[in-house]
Design a protein around this ligand. Structure first.
Ligand code: C2O
Ligand code: CU
Ligand code: CU
Length: 491
């Protein structure tokens, strides 16, 4: 398979009135099956790229925006030179050619820019797309496919009076909380409505937002049926009252609309949850002060209301049609996951510890910020090993409002969650979200909530070289909450 992916300026109709100038990926199939790329109508989102496990692909990325960029394949296990590290960024007018074999399990992955300090604004301007891998194990399950397999990419944006995208990521409040838009787009559309038949669907949900966390739930409060996470299918379907989805995370849902009458409208929403960083929790004076400050920053350009982190809102609507589809049963077993064992880790007794914190407004990992080629001694791992890592969310001596959630992402490999612990002062907040985490599957991004310590198991295989790990709150990432790690032959 051979494609061209071009980042360029475009104008799309998102809101009534003037079109919105965006940056968008456009795709072209040079050789390969016709269904390799599919596009959303009137959306800035890049084409959905569909590949099979084991396939070799070639992507010629042509950068036609007026700043440097590079494409990262989020969640994929590819050689370091193919991973879109910022050191490979190319200026406008230049290109970068990717060639790799897709070794990953079937699943919902995605791609987006990764230049140093400019990932947030570039994703915000529209550069992002889904990368869907299928394989034989999955095909044998006969899951809903074709038009019954629907991408749901959730992103928040703020528009000015002329329908231009307003990015406030540079302002102080947004530097801390990350950019929070005041309206939610699904697949690049405001007030998204998707017509469905009375049958079973697979919904591939990506939180493609810069910083916003969603507490996904059905409008009628029925449980969500989770069938997959970042790294593909889970072993068996999991019923959840709601699902917490941080920036960069994906969840595959099974949605059966066959019991609804035609004409029903079912909404997908995000529920309230306490987020101490937004100043929303408890409506404290300090909180209101912070919101006020933010609003003043936004309003001169007509941004309107501020939608704080943790607020409840409607995401999109499914409209049920007349057509009744033959019943498709939800498989009891979905896949087999190669489970890593704590005992097989090289460092079971002595996990590598990574502390994510804000030190005087500067987001850091173990007190350090990103340096293009730097690797600290504790950031070197051996190939063909399994390791236990510990992610800790702590802000030394800072006020509680400075504890932000950090969606921690590791490049180059999928990992598994071993445990999450939350400090007692956060147990009240934790109780309102704890059922929303899916720690049963393969993950590449995990929400490290305030006061949380979590352990994960990772395996390093096939490729040596430099990879990234970072906070996927894109404003935190751009401010330097990102580091390299290096896989070596034998340390
Ligand atoms: Cu989705 Cu390093 O990023
Ligand atoms: Cu990534
Ligand atoms: Cu962060």
């Amino acid at each position: 398979m051979d494609i061209i992916l071009r980042a360029a300026t475009e104008r799309v109709n998102i809101l009534p009135g003037s079109p919105t100038p965006v940056w968008a990926y456009g795709g072209e199939v040079v050789s390969g099956p016709g269904d390799t790329l599919s596009t959303f109508e009137e959306s800035y989102l890049g084409p959905v790229i569909r590949v099979k496990k084991g396939q070799r692909i070639r992507v010629r990325f042509i950068n036609e925006i007026d700043e440097e960029s590079i494409v990262h394949w989020h969640g994929l296990h590819v050689p370091p030179e193919m991973d879109g590290h910022p050191r490979f960024a190319v200026p406008g007018g230049r290109e970068y050619v990717y060639e790799f074999e897709v070794k990953d399990r079937a699943g919902t992955y995605w791609y987006h820019p990764h230049p140093h300090r400019r990932t947030g604004p570039q994703v915000y301007a529209g550069l992002a797309g889904l990368f869907i891998v299928s394989d034989e194990e999955e095909a044998a399950l006969n899951l809903p496919s074709g038009r019954f397999d629907i991408p749901i990419v959730i992103q928040d944006r703020t528009f000015d009076r002329n329908n231009r995208l307003l990015y406030t990521g540079g302002f102080m409040m947004d530097a801390m909380t990350g950019f929070l838009g005041n309206r939610v787009l699904v697949n690049g559309k405001a007030d998204q409505k998707i017509s469905v038949d009375r049958g079973a669907y697979r919904l591939r949900v990506l939180n493609g937002s810069n910083a916003r966390i969603y507490k996904l739930s059905w409008g009628d409060d029925l449980p969500l049926t989770v069938i997959g996470t970042d790294g593909g299918l889970v072993e068996k379907p999991i019923a959840k009252p709601y699902v917490m989805l941080g920036p960069g995370e994906r969840v595959d849902l099974w949605a059966d609309f066959s019991n609804y009458e035609s004409g029903s409208e079912i909404s997908l929403k995000s529920l309230y949850f306490p987020d101490s960083s937004s100043g929303f929790a408890g409506g404290m004076m300090r909180g209101r002060g912070m919101r006020g400050m933010h609003r003043r920053e936004v309003s001169p350009s007509g941004g309107g209301e501020y939608l704080p982190s943790g607020a409840e809102f409607h995401l999109m609507t499914f409209v049920v049609g007349n057509t009744r589809m033959p019943r498709l049963p939800l498989p009891e077993r979905l896949s087999q996951i190669d489970r890593f064992q704590v005992e097989e880790a090289e460092n079971t007794r002595n996990p590598r510890r990574f502390v994510f914190s804000f030190d005087h407004m500067q987001p850091t990992i173990n007190g350090k910020i990103f340096e293009m080629n730097e690797v600290a001694p504790n950031e070197v791992v051996s190939i063909d090993t399994t390791e236990l890592w510990e992610f800790v969310n702590r802000s030394g001596g800072m006020m509680r409002a400075m504890q932000m959630p950090h969606p921690v992402h590791v490049h180059g490999t999928q990992f598994q969650v071993v445990e999450r612990k939350v400090a007692p002062e956060y147990s009240g907040d934790w109780r309102q979200i704890r059922e929303g985490f899916i720690d049963e599957g393969n993950k590449d991004t995990v929400l490290l909530m305030p006061g949380m310590e979590m352990k994960v198991l990772l395996r390093f295989s096939d490729y040596t070289g430099l990879y990234l790990y970072h906070c996927h709150n894109l404003e935190h990432e751009d401010l330097g909450m990102m580091r390299n790690y290096r896989v070596e032959k034998n340390v």
